[in-house]
Design a protein around this ligand. Sequence first.
Ligand code: HEC
Ligand code: HEC
Length: 315
Amino acid sequence: MIRTVVFLALSVAVTAAAAQEAPSPPPDVARAQAAMGDLGKRLKAALMAKMQDEGPIAAVDFCHLEAPKIAAAVSAEHGVAVGRTAARLRNPNNAPVPWQAAVLDSFQHKADAGTAPGDLVHVERDGGSLRLARGIALEAPCLTCHGTHIAEPIRQAVAARYPADAATGFSEGDLRGVIWAEVSGHKDETTQSDPRTVIMLSLAERESLREEMRWRMELLSSAMTALAAGDWEAVAKWGDAGAKGGPRGLDFRPSMPEGWFAMSRPTHGRFAALADEARGERRSSEAMKHLAEASGYCVACHAAYRIQTRDAAPR
Ligand code: HEC
Ligand code: HEC
């Protein structure tokens, strides 16, 4: 595997760009940088506003619910997988994949040697993939939730949502983690010609989604088989099952954009209507109509969204 790794300090790059007409970065690098900048800014602005308006406890809840959604929205808007990771984690969904773990390690060494975390930048091309990371410095307002002395109510609010939290004990100026971005070279053209919106999930979230999808496929097929056999009790049973959520694996819903629910909820609704028909008038034509509408939502959603994960190819 040929791998080119380039380390540079952001301040040096900025100075160089200002001093002379440095060539502008390749489009994929520019896109990844824009996505990373956007994620950093949006998270911080949203967090600070929440802290000011409603205080730190509400802000913990807000981070818990909104941080994954903001990352998913920024990924979708820029067509680049983007997120945050750290060596000492709060949310296990943010766990680093191998290339990110290596970057975190190397950044930590550089930070220990005196480089400011905000100046740490990593750019790597591996096969067709472009990977970028930038250090995140811990600033004074972050101490409330990531510092050494955390107020008891905040500590409890964090512990309730993150029982394995390891992201405390930081001091101002420490390397807290990185913002990363990944553009897959092979998918790059697809990204531009593929009209589907990208939803960024962790590998575990994607697995959980796929499991639910396979279950929905089975359900649809079972309901149709029962209907063809005129077994209305079975139709009612499958209808009830489809009206509820799927197997409860890892909950991927917090990472989903609003539009997702606009297509998943009505799917459940069609299955509920199917169950009602099976317990009521038992008209085959009506039952067929509900199933056809349900599968119409399957098709519509598959045409609207695709999943991208932070991990490229397994290696
Ligand atoms: C109100 C409490 C609060 C404040 C203030 C806060 N954070 Fe966090 N932070 C959290 C929570 C909660 C999470 C988990 C979010 C999630 O589920 O993705 C988190 C996650 C993170 C992560 C992702 C990696 C991980 O451990 O899961 C980074 C990086 C991070 N915070 C950096 C910062 C920085 C930098 C600041 C200051 C600018 C800051 N935080 C301020 C509560 C806070
Ligand atoms: C709200 C959006 C949405 C709806 C509604 C939806 N799907 Fe999906 N489905 C997806 C996405 C996104 C994927 C791609 C997952 C991935 O990339 O791994 C998927 C993947 C699948 C897969 C492949 C699973 C695998 O193992 O890779 C099957 C099968 C499937 N869906 C069946 C269905 C059926 C049947 C329905 C309707 C009853 C349905 N889906 C409704 C979004 C949806």
